[in-house]
Design a protein around this ligand. Structure first.
Ligand SMILES: [Zn+2]
Length: 287
């Protein structure tokens, strides 16, 4: 709140504000991650594909269900904007808002990235994160957020009346549009991202969204298990390490690397791709 309230506080204001919060969604009630299976599978996995994402560009990559992928920092500190689609039905895509409600503002090992309604099921599970040591800093910042959207040319135009074509939204639109075969429709399926390696938070006083230089260094990676057939889109953000600005060619930018790994199928015994959400979709409407 950045203005002076016009409404006088009621007599019981302190009592109302002192009520303790409750967690909206208890993650303990979600289906558990089979960590023993993940450990077995990780120990057996072999690299089958590598995709290089050039600076200020995006690339798509395919990860079959039951495979792993890593997003790796190379050459210098660089933030990535990650989109996920169901490879077989791209209308099912990553749901940033619900993932945030279920797991919090930033995700790490053991958290899932969930898909949009009406599917609402795990798309991927985070299985390793070399930046998990970071935790929270004194400013309220952390790494790998699901609170940002993606830098986009529309907001940039709103603020600067400038046509910049290498925002993550445009990079993802080009990469996904090329894969999808339709740039205009493809743009509509680009969605709010997981900000890989980005260090963000809300300021402690005014609760405004902030970014700061990413702590990522070459060799750091975040790793995921694909719970379904995944088409990923990764943009190497024009903001570079996001220490100053994005939506321009000013920041130093570096490539990101995606590696796809196949585990020994025998290690996946007991794992099943999650079914589509079980809600009956009647919404109480009588036939
Ligand atoms: Zn960006």
């Amino acid at each position: 709140m950045k203005y002076t309230p016009m409404t006088p506080a009621p007599a019981d204001a302190d009592a109302r504000k002192a009520i303790k919060p409750v967690i909206c969604y208890s993650p303990e009630t979600l289906p558990a991650v089979d960590t023993a299976m993940i450990d077995r599978a990780r120990a057996s996995m072999e690299k089958i594909d590598t995709v290089i994402v050039p600076p200020r560009e995006a690339e798509c990559f395919h990860v079959p269900a039951g495979h792993f992928f890593r997003i790796i920092s190379s050459e210098g500190p660089q933030v990535g904007d990650l989109n996920l689609w169901n490879y077989d039905n791209p209308e099912e895509r990553f749901y940033s808002g619900k993932t945030r409600a279920l797991h919090g503002t930033h995700i790490s090992t053991g958290d899932r990235m969930w898909s949009t309604i009406p599917y609402l099921r795990p798309m991927v599970t985070v299985t390793h994160d070399t930046l998990d040591w970071y935790g929270w800093d004194e400013f309220g910042g952390s790494v790998h957020d699901v609170i940002g959207t993606r830098c986009d040319p529309y907001t940039n135009y709103l603020l600067h009346q400038d046509h910049y074509h290498h925002c993550c939204h445009s990079n993802l639109t080009r990469a996904f549009g090329k894969h999808f075969g339709d740039y205009a429709k493809g743009e509509l399926l680009v969605h709010d991202v997981m900000n890989v390696f980005m260090c963000t938070g809300f300021t402690l006083d005014t609760h405004q969204y902030f970014m700061k230089a990413s702590p990522v260094r070459p060799g750091d990676y975040i790793e995921f298990f694909a719970e379904m057939n995944i088409l990923g889109g990764l943009s190497a953000c024009p903001g570079g390490d996001c220490s100053s600005e994005h939506s321009s060619d000013e920041a130093a930018c570096y490539p990101l690397v995606v590696e796809v790994y196949r585990p020994d199928p025998a290690t996946l015994e007991g794992w099943e791709a999650p079914a589509i959400n079980g809600y009956d979709r009647s919404h109480g409407i009588k036939p």
